[in-house]
Design a protein around this ligand. Structure first.
Ligand code: FES
Length: 187
């Protein structure tokens, strides 16, 4: 996407918010919800709009694990690595997915079809081991099921039906994390 198109999208999103400091996180969430990550241009525009220095906005964004600074694939596989999922085999599931998808956790495939990531707990421990693909929760996973899901997404290029009868649950990942780098690199 061109920088000008990105800027136009961000400017449109900003119309929904007043330029208050307290709106920084909702603005960042809105941008990531629309773009899939926080482009460099977004930080610049948010800074212009709110009059908050870019470094400060980056500091806030990098504190929260929910924000990304690089483009992600069409489908995001998020494997839970919390305790309940760990004791029920999430490490094996992650290994299988890394093999099947062809990238390590935190990476995106070259064709931008898949991103693979992990999270500390998805809040669905009763269904452990759990994974979220895009916004749908898949519980009681096995390595076979995880592999079948990856294959299904790859072959069909769209979401398969969830393998469980529970209503798809929207997960908002709002987990505080350590301060991370932004992956923007240095200018
Ligand atoms: S530990 Fe995996 S959902 Fe809670």
């Amino acid at each position: 996407m061109s920088a000008s198109k990105t800027t136009a999208i961000i400017d449109k999103l900003l119309c929904d918010f007043s330029p208050e400091r307290s709106n920084i996180i909702p603005i960042l969430q809105a941008v990531q919800g629309r773009m899939g990550y926080l482009p460099r241009e977004a930080i610049e525009r948010i800074s212009d709009y709110t009059k908050i220095p870019e470094a400060e906005i980056l500091g806030v964004a990098s504190f929260y694990a929910q924000f990304r600074f690089k483009p992600v694939g069409k489908h995001i596989f998020t494997v839970c690595r919390g305790t309940a999922c760990h004791v029920r085999g999430s490490a094996r599931i992650l290994r299988e997915l890394e093999k099947e998808i062809g990238v390590k956790s935190g990476e995106t495939t070259d064709d931008m079809l898949f991103s693979l990531e992990t999270v500390a707990c998805l809040g669905s421990c009763a269904l452990a081991p759990v994974m979220v693909i895009d916004k749908t929760v898949y519980g009681s996973l096995t390595t076979t099921k995880a592999k079948a899901l990856a294959n299904s997404f790859r072959k069909k290029g769209k979401k398969p039906k969830p393998p469980q009868k529970t209503k798809p649950k929207k997960i908002i990942l709002n987990l505080p994390g350590r301060v991370r780098g932004t992956d923007y690199g240095t200018d």
